[in-house]
Write a protein that binds this ligand. Structure first.
Ligand code: THU
Length: 134
């Protein structure tokens, strides 16, 4: 991990601490910068009815849409996590979150997430090539 944390990284780390994840004990934080330059965040919110759990990335997208409306577009996303031992693990955004982020992204939208050692810097186009569209 680089010594210098970006604003998005700091925010993602901060909100991961607010995750409601009593079932998996896996906490995720996501921070989004929109093309307007504003930043929004989300953490995972689990439910006793497992299928109702919502990932951090999708909650961050919801916060961004709620604030900016339907013209909201994502410039950059940062996703972090920690497990019950407090360790951060390699974890890329799940398939459902990729499809939801893609709705408000371009193929060049930057996505950064935790790898085994360093952060992995990639794009929406690389994470979701040929994603569903109508
Ligand atoms: N989770 C996320 O928040 N984002 C992802 O992209 C993958 C999984 C959450 C959902 C659940 O609360 C926990 O991680 C374990 O699956």
């Amino acid at each position: 991990m680089s010594a210098e944390m970006t604003d998005l990284e700091k925010l993602a780390e901060h909100v991961a601490k607010n995750a409601y994840s009593p079932y998996s004990t896996f906490s995720v934080g996501a921070a989004i910068r929109t093309t307007s330059g504003n930043v929004y965040s989300g953490c995972n919110v689990e439910n006793v009815s497992s299928g109702l759990t919502v990932c951090a990335e999708r909650n961050a997208v919801g916060a961004a849409i709620a604030a900016e409306g339907k013209s909201m577009r994502i410039e950059e996303v940062f996703v972090t996590n920690f497990n019950a031992e407090g360790a951060t693990i390699h974890c890329s955004p799940c398939g459902a979150c990729r499809q939801v982020m893609a709705e408000f992204s371009t193929p060049d939208t930057k996505v950064i997430y935790r790898g085994d050692e360093d952060n992995i810097v990639t794009t929406m186009g690389q994470l979701l090539p040929d994603g569903f569209t109508l």
